[in-house]
Design a protein around this ligand. Structure first.
Ligand SMILES: CCCCCCCCCCCCCCCCCC(=O)N[C@@H](Cc1ccccc1)C(=O)O
Ligand SMILES: [Zn+2]
Ligand SMILES: [Zn+2]
Length: 492
């Protein structure tokens, strides 16, 4: 293993050339205006192949306009991938250091006006917040990454460790992730292993997928940083019932709609098993145990005894329930052709988010055992297994770099814990590139903010965005450590 002192010797080098993350008032105004401009470009992706291509093309031009130094720096290569994704290769001065990758996505989910305090693509600032679709998911990261790099370059920064910035345009649709295909293109092979001379497999990813969580657990008064070292799997299951159409004046006992509605109701009324204790959650809670007030601290320090109580308590809230089980969400129901015609077909789509202790096949079998109706056909539209748990021990450079940067940018946060992302991220397309995949957005998230993600009144505070830029400004410099991969099984 790499002697720990190596990192310390390396720190001398870092201190000598460190660029302080202090920004002028003019730079701070410019960065928030750049984010507003990004929000005003409606880069909506609807379904596979259905994008606002005009907006995506405009966004590409917009990046050139607001980050000119990034685009004219000789050691930065920019490639457009899949027409609207962007891959930046920032060549470091020390090619022996394994590169890393920063991921974010340009596309956003649709945002109908109703319910929004301001129009969702206005980027208006109110009471210190910038409102708009994409302010949390995920244009804040797109702009913060490029903004941090722009500010570093203006200050004559030259990285030692190479890194990639992969900005996808189709994260919000069920797609193979064009940008990951682009990374394959850059490295010239399906398995993402680079051809000779193209550098090493990326050591780590930092993607969306978790935050500094504030107020998600009632008895935990202090916010804590959860770095997602895994993410749940998913199963998009379309259930279908076909029947002979006919005149509705002489209907059968059950129509296709009635049969399918009953099947869907059984699924909703029969939650998947509580898997508390098998997965990263237990590690998260054990790290947090002493942050709870009495008697919660006793409970979380003795999960061997109190786990049944804790697992039941976590079921009460939708978000923490998503941590302890595979969730079932009936998200689409289509049926019927006319009010006086017996419907020939009824279709319902269920979105399962699979707990790491289960597999796609297990969930599919459980669903069939719950439905128990031969008239219901099952069609798997898309499925991803839960992702492997990335290393987070002392030698896991990626995790330690994130932890180190959190502690320097957020000194008030005294707990950094590994956890799991309850949603999917583009990083699921990179599992054969590295096992050092981490998901963390360096900003506070409270439960009410979560409802803005894919919901209404999505917003980010000006202060939070500035701090996100500061985090990336520090992270890129922290990543310039000499620490090399250690002989771990998980290292490629
Ligand atoms: C110990 C207590 C911990 C409390 C945990 C609180 C968790 C708070 C929620 C944090 C998760 C936020 C996730 C943000 C990233 C969402 C990314 C996204 O929207 N991904 C899409 C990808 C997708 C999947 C399928 C079709 C199209 C797109 C998603 O729906 O997951
Ligand atoms: Zn996202
Ligand atoms: Zn999203």
């Amino acid at each position: 293993t790499v002697p720990r002192s190596k990192g310390l010797r390396d720190a001398e080098h870092q201190r000598a050339s460190r660029i302080p993350s202090q920004f002028s008032q003019e730079e701070r105004v410019a960065m928030k205006e750049s984010l507003k401009g990004a929000i005003q470009i409606p880069t909506v992706s609807f379904n596979p192949g259905e994008f606002n291509t005009t907006a995506l093309a405009e966004f590409g031009e917009y990046m050139h306009k607001v980050f000119p130094t990034v685009f004219r720096t000789s050691f930065i290569q920019h490639e457009v991938v899949g027409e609207y994704s962007h891959l930046f290769t920032v060549q470091g001065s020390d090619p022996s250091l394994q590169p890393y990758m920063l991921l974010a996505h340009i596309d956003v989910v649709p945002a109908p006006d109703q319910g929004w305090e301001v129009p969702p693509f206005s980027g208006l600032e109110r009471d210190g917040f910038i409102y708009g679709r994409g302010t949390l998911d995920n244009k804040n990261s797109v702009m913060a990454i490029l903004q941090a790099l722009e500010l570093l370059l203006i200050r004559n920064y030259i990285p030692r460790r190479s890194f990639f910035i992969a900005l996808g345009h189709d994260e919000e649709i069920v797609a193979p992730g064009s940008i990951s295909a682009g990374v394959r293109g850059t490295w010239g092979s399906e398995d993402l292993s680079p051809p000779p001379g193209k550098g090493c497999p990326a050591r780590l990813h930092v993607d969306e997928g978790s935050f500094i969580l504030d107020g998600f657990i009632p008895s935990l008064k202090k916010p804590f940083a959860m770095v997602s070292v895994s993410e749940k799997g998913s199963l998009d299951l379309m259930m279908e019932v076909n029947m002979t159409p006919g005149h509705s004046s002489a209907p059968p006992k059950e129509t296709s709609i009635g049969i399918l509605a009953a099947a869907v109701s059984r699924l909703e009324q029969t939650p998947m098993p509580n898997m508390f204790g098998s997965g990263p959650l237990k590690m998260t809670l054990q790290q947090l145990a002493n942050e709870f007030s009495f008697p919660a601290n006793v409970i979380f320090n003795n999960l061997w005894l109190f786990w049944p109580l804790v697992s039941r308590l976590m079921e009460r809230d939708d978000i923490t329930n998503a941590l302890v089980r595979t969730t079932t969400a009936v998200t689409m129901f289509n049926a019927g052709i006319k009010v006086n015609v017996i419907p020939p077909v009824a279709q319902a789509t269920v979105n399962f988010r699979i707990h790491p202790a289960q597999t796609v096949q297990e969930v599919l079998k459980l669903a069939k055992d719950i439905v128990v109706d031969d008239r219901v056909q099952f069609h798997v539209l898309e499925a991803f297994e839960p992702l492997p748990v990335s290393p987070f021990d002392d030698q896991a450079l990626g995790y330690q770099l994130i932890r180190q940067t959190i502690q320097s940018v957020f000194p008030e946060i005294n707990i950094v814990a590994p956890g799991i992302c309850i949603a999917q991220t583009d990083s699921r397309h990179y599992t054969n590139l590295t096992t050092g995949i981490y998901r963390f957005n360096p900003l506070y998230l409270q439960p009410q903010d979560f409802s803005g993600i894919h919901g209404i009144n999505e917003r980010i505070s000006v202060q939070a965005f500035e701090t996100q830029v500061k985090f990336l400004f520090e992270f890129i410099q922290n990543a310039d450590t000499e620490q090399r991969p250690v002989s771990h099984l998980h290292e490629l």
